[in-house]
Each structure stands twice: as C-alpha cells, then as structure tokens.
Ligand binder design. Structure first.
Ligand SMILES: *Cc1c(COP(=O)(O)O)cnc(C)c1O
Length: 385
C-alpha cells in the first residue's frame, strides 16, 4: 500500500503476528480474531490476513458491510457477524457465506429461506444473553433461560438449510478488577451448557471469551476464544494489562507542514484561545479533527525529535499547531520533519525511545484505547511497515 498523504497510520504486522501467536498459545484453543470497525481502526483486510496466517482460524465483524469488505479482499476463511443482522440482509449474508449470530426465529427463518437457493447450509451461532443485556436470548430466570435455549435449538434443527454450529455469550466485566459478575455470567452459561449437553443438542463450537477473559478466565475458553483488543497489542484495561511481550501494532505519524517563530503576544488558531507568552517556535501539523483528533477534548502532546511538545490552541479540521519551543533538535526543525502522535520516536538528545501510547491518549480524552484507535478516520492512509 503506497503512502498518499503526509499523515499516515503505520501498521507493524510483525507485532500483530506475534500477538496473535501468543494469544493462540495462551488460549490453547482455536481463535476467532475480532476485526470489527476496520480492525479497531487499524485496517481490516491487512490485519485479518496477518491474524489468519498466525493462528486465527476465523474472523469476526460487527456488520455485513465489514464482512463484504473482507470477502472483496479475497478472504475465504469463516467470518462471523457478531451482532444484529436484519432479516432483509439474510440473502446477502448467505451469498457471502457468512456465519450469523441468531437469537430469534425471524432471522433464522430468513437465513433458512435464503439458503434454500444455495447448495450449502448457513452456519449459525446462538447468542445467549447471560447478563450483558445487549443482544442474545434472554430470560430473567436462569432456569427458564436454559429451557428456552434448548427449545430454540430444537426449533433451529427443524430448518434443514441451517447448520447450528455454535453457541456463545459475551461478558460485561471480564476486564475489571472484580470478576464476581463475570463468574455469575459464567455460571449461567455453564447451566445452559449442561442442559443442552443433557438434551443431546450441544453445538460443536462453544465460545465466550473476549481478550480479557482469554487472559484471565481459563474456564471461559471453551472451544474458541474471540480476542479483539489484545490482537492489536492494546491493553484490555488498566486492571487487565497484556503480558509484557505483547506489542502495539499502530503508529499515528505525521510531519511538519510549516515552522514559524512568533513573538510573545501572538495568538494561534481559531478563536485566538492560545497566545504566546514568550517568543515561540510553532509548528503546524497536517491533521485535525476530521482525522479523529477531536476538537473539544484536548489531545495534549505529540513527539517531535523524541520529545513531548504540547498542542496549542484549537484543533482545526485539517491542522493542529504545536509549541516546539522547548524541543532540543540536532538541526533546526523544518518542513517535512517526522512527528508521532501515537507510538514511539527516538530522541537523539538523550539517546532514548519515547512513547505516547493509545492508553495515554485515552486518558487525555476521557475515553478508552478502543475508542482512540477506532475513531481514526478513513482518510488517513494505512501503511504496513
Ligand atoms: C468486540 C467483541 C469481542 C472482542 O472484545 P475485546 O475486548 O476487544 O477482546 C468479542 N466478542 C464480542 C461479542 C464483541 O462484540
């Protein structure tokens, strides 16, 4: 992939391969790599291919459009849509040979009907809501939930063009310090599994574990794990850090568009909300809120010559201004010099590597690393390194 802009996302595919191999090794069971939202903002086709080459046997996405993109890229591995597929998308889901999550008979019937036009059976995985209250077969009474799941599987078995391949659930708190609610969900799921096994209707692929559960809840690994965030070398949470050898995949980089020395009293950017308190060296970078930087919450710093320099004034649509006055550089800063917004950069002054992580940016913006990388817009080119 060629770089087409002086602002870009660099993807370390060796890091992605390493993370995937390690997750596969830790889990001890097959892995379905979660590549929804353009692989958490990275690049779905590139990352999907890397994960499949290094231990994942399946992929998961959130929407039919995301699955379509992967099929267009020539990926033939099983792809599961984790979330809601409306019945009107059933025919396209079957034509793309996707695996669908089901939790009501309307979609199941639509898929079964669509599959009657093909010579393959549609794989479906039953989503059981054990406490996330988002999607999935639900009943407030865990005993009744168990009975409902058995009845639902029997109803699906009556549709010969469906293949009831899997059954899964999703944790609400597997990344938190207190795992008691995750254990409650796991116990509800175990009750369902005992019942479907006793009834002789257990599908072959049982799964529950996101990244955090893959790392911390061995009892939740079952037949398959569904890691997302950890594949990208990003920590599931501060309470669930990755093992130390995992490596972040994404670097957000740019370069200096212009350098200017301004006098004390000179304002910068829209609204003149920042005014130089001393003679200042300002550098303008060619990225802004239309790239995902966000205007209201402050993206505080960038790396220039491996040193932190503050963003000053308002973030514009396509530009931000950085105060580089305190940066110690071997040569005067000039147009084209490299800048890192997420990732590492070498500091020639101290001979060390400095880092701004997605986790640190998340702290500045009052959010989580998941949102920081997935908010990076499509107009930033993605480049494999
Ligand atoms: C996003 C998602 C995952 C992956 O979660 P991570 O925390 O990124 O590992 C797994 N399962 C479902 C149903 C999801 O929506």
């Amino acid at each position: 992939m060629p770089n087409t802009r002086p602002t870009w996302i660099e993807l370390d595919l060796r890091a992605a391969a390493h993370n995937m191999r390690r997750l596969r090794q830790i889990a001890g069971v097959p892995a379905m790599a979660v590549v929804k939202a353009n692989a958490y903002g990275h690049d779905a086709p590139l990352l999907a291919r890397t994960f499949l080459e290094h231990g994942a046997t399946r992929l998961a996405v959130a929407t039919l459009g995301e699955a379509h993109t992967l099929r267009e890229a020539g990926i033939t591995a099983p792809i599961m849509i984790l979330g809601y597929v409306p019945a009107w998308q059933a025919a396209e889901a079957v034509a793309l040979r996707l695996t669908c999550a089901v939790y009501d008979l309307e979609l199941a019937h639509a898929l079964a009907r669509a599959a009657s036009n093909h010579d393959w059976r549609v794989p479906v995985h039953i989503n059981v809501d054990t406490g996330m209250s988002r999607l999935g077969l639900y009943h407030a009474d865990p005993v009744q939930l168990t009975a409902d799941v058995v009845a639902f599987i029997r109803a699906l078995h009556a549709l010969p063009t469906l293949h009831v391949e899997g059954l899964f659930t999703h944790f609400a708190t597997a990344d938190e310090a207190d795992l008691s609610y995750a254990h409650t969900q796991l116990a509800r799921f175990a009750r369902v599994l005992a019942a479907i096994t006793a009834a002789g209707v257990r599908p072959p692929v049982i799964h529950a574990a996101n990244s955090a559960a893959t790392l911390r809840l061995p009892a939740a690994r079952f037949d398959l794990v569904r890691p997302g965030i950890a594949c990208y070398g990003l920590h599931p949470s501060s309470d669930t850090p990755l093992p130390p050898d995992f490596q972040p995949v994404l670097t957000l980089a740019s370069e200096i568009a212009q350098v200017k020395l301004v006098a004390a009293g000179t304002p910068a950017s829209y609204g003149c909300t920042w005014v130089a308190s001393r003679p200042s060296l300002l550098v303008t970078l060619p990225l802004g809120y239309a790239d995902g930087l966000r205007r209201t919450a402050a993206w505080r710093e960038v790396l220039l010559c491996g040193q932190r320099a503050p963003i000053v004034g308002r973030v514009c649509m396509d530009y931000v201004i950085v105060d580089a006055t305190d940066v110690v550089s071997p040569q005067p800063l000039r147009c084209g010099d490299p800048v890192v917004l997420i990732g590492s950069q070498y500091d020639p002054h101290t001979g060390t590597l400095k880092q701004i992580s997605a986790e640190e940016v998340a702290g500045w913006l009052g959010t989580i690393n998941y949102e920081v990388t997935s908010m990076l817009m499509a107009r930033i080119p993605r480049v494999a390194s």
